[in-house]
Structure formats: C-alpha cells, structure tokens
Write a protein that binds this ligand. Sequence first.
Ligand code: MG
Length: 369
Amino acid sequence: MDELLPCNNFNRKIIHLDMDAFYASVEIHDDPTIANKAVIIGQDPRQSNGHGVVATANYLARKYGVRSAMTTMQALRLVPAEKLVFIKPNFEKYRRVSDKIHQLMYEITDAIESVALDEAYMDVTTNKMGNFSALELATNLQKNIYRETGLTSSFGVSYNKYLAKMGSEYAKPFGRTVILPDDALEFIASQKIEKFPGIGVKMQEQLHELQIYTGADLQKQNIKFLLDRFNKAGYIIAQQAKGIDLRPVISKRPRKSLGLEHTFDVNIYDYDKLLTWLRNYSCELAQKLRTLNLQTRTVVIKLRTADFITITRRSALAVATTDAMTIYQHAKSSLEDEIDCVSGGVRLLGLSATDFEQKSYETLSLDLF
Ligand SMILES: [Mg+2]
C-alpha cells in the first residue's frame, strides 16, 4: 500500500522555532514583579463587562488550567485572585520583539516562514553560517534570542516541517528536540494523535471511535482505508504516520522597496508643482516606513518625460532615516539634477525608498559572526 505515498526526502534540515508563552513572557520581562503570578494576556473581564478571551497564559496560569482562546471569565474562576494578573495585549510591543528575533533568524538563512509573531520555520539545508549542524545553529539561535531579549524559546529540528513542529512542542519550555530520520518512525509511534498538527479536534474523535489513539495505531492502518475515510486529511495523516511531509518552507522575503508614483493627465512643466508632489510623497513614505518599522538608506526618484523616456535617479543617505524632510531634500536635489528633462514636460513622477534597515536592528550586537 506504500506505493500510494510519495517518496520521502531526508535531505532537508528544518528548524521550527517557537517562543515560550511569548506575549506573557514579554510582559514578565518588562515587569519582573509579576514573575510569580499567573499572567494572562487578555482584558480583565471585571473591567470589560465579562468580555474577552485569553491570548496567552504563562506556565503558572496553565498549571491552573488556563488555556489560550478560553474566555477570560473562565480564567478568572480558575486562578486564585491573589495570584492572578490580567494584562491587556500590546501587539506593537510584541511585534518589536518579534522583529528582533527575526533579525537573528535572518543571520542564519533567508528561508524563513513565519507562522505567527512567535513561531517560524527555517530551512537551514544551506545557510549563511557555513559548516554547522542544524542542532548547533538552532542551539545558538536559542541562546542569542535569550541574550538579546531575555526570553526563552523551544525548537525542533528534523528533515521536514511537521516533525520539526512536533519536536518544538515535545520539550517545552526551553526545549531542544532533534528527530533524525532513523528515529522518526519510533518518535511518531510514541506520540498521541492529539500531537499531530494534521489532526483537528473532530478528526481526533473520529479516530478514537476507530480505536486509534497513537502514532503507532496510525502506522498500522491501511493507507487506502485512511484515504477513503478521511479524504485529503486522511492522505496527509497517512503520510505523517510514515514521517513524510514534503511541504517547502515558503519564505516571504522582506520588503525590498516602498514607492509611490503618479501618471499625470497632462504633461507637467511646472517645477514647483513637481516639488509639491515630492513633498507629499515624502510625507506618505515616511509614514509608511514608520508603520513597517523600517528606515531607508536610499531615495529614488523616477521621471517619465513627455517623449516617454524613463529616468531614475538614486540618492544615498548618510544615515538611515524615516524623516520626511530628509527624504524630501534628497528627492528634491535629484530632481534638480534632471531639470533639463523637466523643462521638456513630465508625464510621470515617482518616489521610492529602498535599502532598508529594521529600526530595531541598530541595537543588536553582531557577535554571531
Ligand atoms: Mg509560542
């Protein structure tokens, strides 16, 4: 029956990195006086008419039975009042920390698939660091994240995504799990089906009805039976039971440039009018950069003349910026350099920013190298 399954690929090296109780850990790091409390990220239901859900709970709160996505009202009943702290989520703060962590990941590889602010897959089969094992890379990353942010994380290393993910869950918090190809089937056999990322709550119940409780039970199943019974989900599970997951790590490359442009209905001959456009572009670009937490090092203007010749002119900045006035001044001097073109009429004017730096980047030390 195995011929129904694709060939396995053991050649990749995948890390799944997951921050431990991320939002709660960020808040505790900022306010150590709550370290011994059950910290719940979510609005205090006593101040929000009983509304709200738990975004994250720290490990102490979890000991009392608090879980993500339960209502804050339920959480309130589970934890003794003197132990309980509700904190309203501050996603901007968590994003800043997440950016820092991502910068550390990008030191290793660009093949990063972020699943959430606190969770990502990395394909380190080839990487920027040279001759280190995936375990060494992941261990170093975990240490560097702790040093830079004071936060703990867990990772799983394996030859595919779902095993790496099961690995990072396996020994949380501050976990390190490696699942080598030779050990994969045994590891899978030992896991409860609740641990498989491909099995939702409904499928768990159906599998339990079939007396399937563990990976070992799954491995004994006829693949065709799983296929017929659960269709596509059954096929995924059949593959996972055999340690197969060929999904690639899909990296969303960081943004390379950010730009605005406008084609005019009639050719513009008025230099001051073009400057007004540049000034407005500069303000809008600066705003966008700040929203994305990026700074630009190069400003580029684009001109299309009345006879459809397109000209771009780059201007490098001495220091990275998000400042509208600085961007405008560079754009303006670039336009001055092209004054001859302007006098012939301008059809299109554009302004873009490129060569980005992450704003938090400058605070990082680069002793990874
Ligand atoms: Mg997490």
